[in-house]
Design a protein around this ligand. Structure first.
Ligand SMILES: [Zn+2]
Ligand SMILES: [Zn+2]
Length: 350
């Protein structure tokens, strides 16, 4: 079978790998789609190396169908649609034992260490199956939509930490796939104003389609004025920074109402040094929080929302590539024209 193997930084190779029969407790999955996120690009370019094994198959946003189940597994019939949560927590560390498996210090991640979804087939290790990382999809939606349960699960986690609720005024900075999922969830939660800041036209158009009450191009428009206008000069209840640009953190602090919440959702480059006006946090009693990854429970919630049609996943996928064009697919993530890019390993080469 064909697979995209990361030999090293900037060295992604299409290789023929042997398809192995699943051993005891293992599942063999025929990959339907692997959607791509910025982390894949950072791994490809060698900007992210921790937890990444040289020689691993890339891809961590995965859905497909069961092809074969190893000895000892019951109820995994061939053809069963599945979506796969990529983080396999150790179960034993302090974080795992305190309900924070998303920050597990001993985790193994599919697509970083364990062979991922940019391949025609993937073998899910027995411990990942046993821990519930493989979710049976109740509805056989296109795999590219089910695969989005992974990024959506992170947003489910982030939205909870942002304390968005009915009547909230929300600022979302960055309308890539993550910002657009935050927008959809905020609308579902009953948010009042949702202001989206985003320089790319296509992304602002998507934000409008998903119910943003105002969109601003921060390179030409006045975001501060838009936020103050929408909130009677008070500021938003929750600001969610969905793009890793350090100065945005202070802008978010300035645009949040007294007692409001700022969520640094996006990871920042290097250590993420940012200059913030600490007295604003002090005098306004602001809550500054972060979000990292998701729990399997968040994944279950995200998948359920997609299955139930409460989240528009169809409109999120704008570009599709066969596995043969995987490097082009990953590079497309940087394009201002793309929202979500999917690699479809079953699709014939164009
Ligand atoms: Zn991702
Ligand atoms: Zn752990």
């Amino acid at each position: 079978m064909l697979a995209a193997v990361l030999a090293g930084p900037n060295d992604l190779r299409l290789e023929q790998l042997e398809v192995k029969d699943p051993g005891p407790g293992e599942l063999l999955v025929k990959v339907g789609a692997d959607t791509i996120c910025g982390t894949d690009l950072r791994i490809l370019r060698g900007e992210k190396t921790s937890g990444v094994r040289a020689g691993a198959v890339l891809g961590h946003e995965i859905a497909g169908h069961v092809e074969a189940a190893g000895a000892g597994l019951e109820g995994w019939d061939p053809g069963q649609p599945v979506a796969i949560a990529p983080v396999v927590p150790c179960g034993n560390c302090w974080e795992c034992k305190h309900g924070m498996e998303n920050m597990c210090s001993g985790n193994r991640i599919i697509g970083y260490e364990i062979n991922g979804g940019m391949a025609e087939r993937m073998l899910i290790p027995a411990d990942a199956v046993a821990r519930g990382n493989v979710f049976k999809a109740a509805v056989d939606l296109p795999s590219e939509q089910l695969a989005l349960a992974e990024p959506l699960s992170c947003v489910v986690n982030g939205q909870r930490r942002s304390d968005v609720r009915a009547g909230s005024n929300v600022l979302i900075m960055g309308a890539g796939p993550i910002g657009l999922f935050h927008l959809q969830l905020a609308r579902l939660a009953g948010a009042d104003a949702v202001i989206v800041s985003e320089p790319a036209d296509i992304r602002r158009a998507h934000a409008e389609r998903f119910g943003a009450t105002a969109t601003v191009d921060p390179t030409s428009g006045d975001l501060d004025a838009a936020v103050l206008d929408a909130t009677g000069g008070i500021g938003v209840d929750a600001a969610i920074v969905c793009i890793g640009i350090p100065p945005l953190i202070n802008q978010a602090i300035n645009l949040t109402r007294p007692g409001g919440t700022i969520n640094i959702f996006a990871g920042l480059k290097d250590k993420g040094w940012a200059e913030v006006e600490g007295n604003r946090i002090h005098y306004k009693e602001l809550v500054v929080t972060g979000t990292s990854n998701s729990r399997r429970a968040d994944y279950a919630i995200a998948l359920r929302m997609i299955e139930a049609g409460r989240i528009d996943t169809a409109a999120m996928v704008t570009h599709r590539f066969p596995l043969e064009s995987v490097v082009e697919a990953i590079e497309t993530v940087t394009s201002r024209e793309a929202i979500k890019v999917a690699v479809l390993p079953g699709a014939p080469a164009a």
